[in-house]
Design a protein around this ligand. Structure first.
Ligand SMILES: C[S@@+](CC[C@H](N)C(=O)[O-])C[C@H]1O[C@@H](n2cnc3c(N)ncnc32)[C@H](O)[C@@H]1O
Length: 276
């Protein structure tokens, strides 16, 4: 995990309600609250000897790294566009790889900003369920809060976000505690190893999140927990020697993404992933 010391503060506007919210965030995260005192974030961070400031403003809560001109905040990103594509019959490569149906249960082991989890939640609907784990405590806290409070109109996206059971936790530790065959689909989207063409939208999350590769033993645990399939997003033709054999690969459409589909324990061949 990227170790990024930070304090919690507010925007420059003097507002007791913002101060109270910032103090709540500080308490929740176990980070120091520091009054803004009309300072720039660069000055404030320098004075406090930290690299970053979680800044509570009327607009949003975001972690600003002034020296890198980076801000991380919760945003559903492409979730709405992907849900619209599905509604318009264009499908979605992740949903195809999962062969996701209304009523399915999904465990997202690398939740991040829960964009994939939101798309999955939209497809499985009220009869289904999506549980997501995120290892980084701050990313997890912002996603848990964002999923419950972010407002977005139309297509049932907001409702899909609210239904996600988002938790802080490391899937390497969580998976061994779960019952066998307790989720239809277990999903992983770890960071790609090569960053060259990484989307700009992913950069702030990449700065914060956990980068250690998922070990083979964790994928085996996932196969035990999955009823139907384990689905792993990766970059096309990327070396992934830690993946078990008997994997089937589903194309991510025109992009350089692909999905590795593994069958559950006891079944060598994954379920037919359908068209790629
Ligand atoms: C590429 S991002 C996932 C993006 C996500 N699919 C989305 O739609 O927003 C990878 C995320 O997985 C998290 N992560 C990495 N290893 C993890 C682990 N062992 N357990 C839980 N989360 C992990 C990282 O901190 C990061 O937030």
């Amino acid at each position: 995990m990227t170790d990024l010391p930070y304090v919690v503060t507010t925007s420059r506007r003097l507002d007791p309600e913002l101060v109270a919210r910032a103090q709540q965030w500080a308490e929740r995260l176990g980070a120091p609250y520091v009054p803004r005192d009309d300072r720039s974030l660069t000055k404030l961070c320098a004075a406090e000897g930290v690299e970053a400031a979680l800044t509570v403003t009327p607009l949003r809560v975001g972690l600003v790294v002034p020296a890198e001109d980076v801000e991380y905040f919760f945003h559903p990103s492409m979730a709405r566009t992907r849900v619209r594509n599905i509604r318009d019959g264009m499908g979605d490569p992740m949903v195809r790889a999962m062969q996701l149906q209304p009523g399915d249960s999904v465990l997202d082991c690398t939740m991040g900003r829960a964009v994939d989890a939101t798309v999955a939640s939209s497809v499985v609907g009220e009869q289904g369920s999506v549980v997501g784990y995120e290892a980084h405590p701050l990313v997890a806290a912002l996603t848990i809060e964002g999923l419950q409070s972010y407002e977005i109109e139309g297509l049932g996206v907001q409702e899909a976000m609210r239904r996600i059971d988002a938790r802080h936790g490391d899937c390497r530790e969580v998976l061994p505690t779960l019952e066998a065959r307790s989720f239809d689909i277990v999903y992983f989207d770890p960071f790609f190893q090569h960053t060259v063409e990484q989307s700009q939208a992913m950069q702030p999350l990449r700065r914060l999140g956990l980068h250690e590769p998922i070990p083979a033993a964790t994928y085996e645990e996932a196969r035990r927990v999955a009823k139907r399939a384990v689905v792993i997003k990766r970059r096309r033709e990327q070396d992934a020697p830690q993946l078990p054999a008997a994997a089937r690969v589903v194309s991510g459409g025109g992009s350089r993404i692909e999905y590795v589909v593994l069958g559950p324990v006891g079944r060598d061949e994954p379920a037919d992933p359908g068209q790629g």
